[in-house]
Write a protein that binds this ligand. Structure first.
Ligand code: DQA
Length: 147
């Protein structure tokens, strides 16, 4: 089983960016925690980060044909703004789980709304790196239910 983890805009700066909200973990730390949990679950994980919206969308398009069984996504600020990314996810038939490091609902009002929620199975927010690991477990469980 193949799980794709997508990290969106500014998330390469985790570790240096607003540690009060996002903690000290770098994106590399997050990816290695994901690898560890994936191997415990017996699945393969592929991670991808970009700051370019078109590249992010093209990576979603590739997931149509590359054997991806489920997606975990932290789209960063695109979560709140990008109908183009929502349209790309709407093409996928595999489960998509949205994750956020911070508790977006306890922050500024613009972060309370996700344009991705209508095309995702559910979301996990506020648990730091653990949000990704819980999201991965949810994605694997949903993909296993489908097969
Ligand atoms: C974030 C929350 C978003 O509101 C923000 O724009 C981010 C990170 C999170 O992981 O908590 O870039 O997705």
């Amino acid at each position: 089983m193949k799980i794709l983890v997508l990290h969106g805009v500014n998330l390469n700066m985790f570790g240096r960016r607003d540690p009060r909200q996002y903690g000290q973990a770098t994106l590399a730390d997050i990816d290695s925690a994901l690898e560890k949990t994936a191997s415990e679950l017996g699945v393969a994980v592929t991670t991808f980060q970009t700051n370019f919206e078109g590249e992010f969308i093209e990576r979603i398009h590739r997931a149509l044909d590359d054997g991806t069984d489920a997606v975990v996504v932290n789209a960063g600020a695109w979560t709140h703004t990008s109908y183009a990314i929502a349209d790309a996810f709407a093409m996928l038939e595999v489960p998509v789980v949205e994750v956020h490091m911070s508790n977006v609902h306890a922050r500024e009002p613009f972060r309370h709304f996700s344009v991705l929620s209508p095309v995702t199975a559910g979301s996990v927010a506020g648990f730091g790196v653990e949000s990704y690991l819980l999201g991965l477990r949810a994605a694997v469980s949903l993909a296993r239910q489908k097969t």
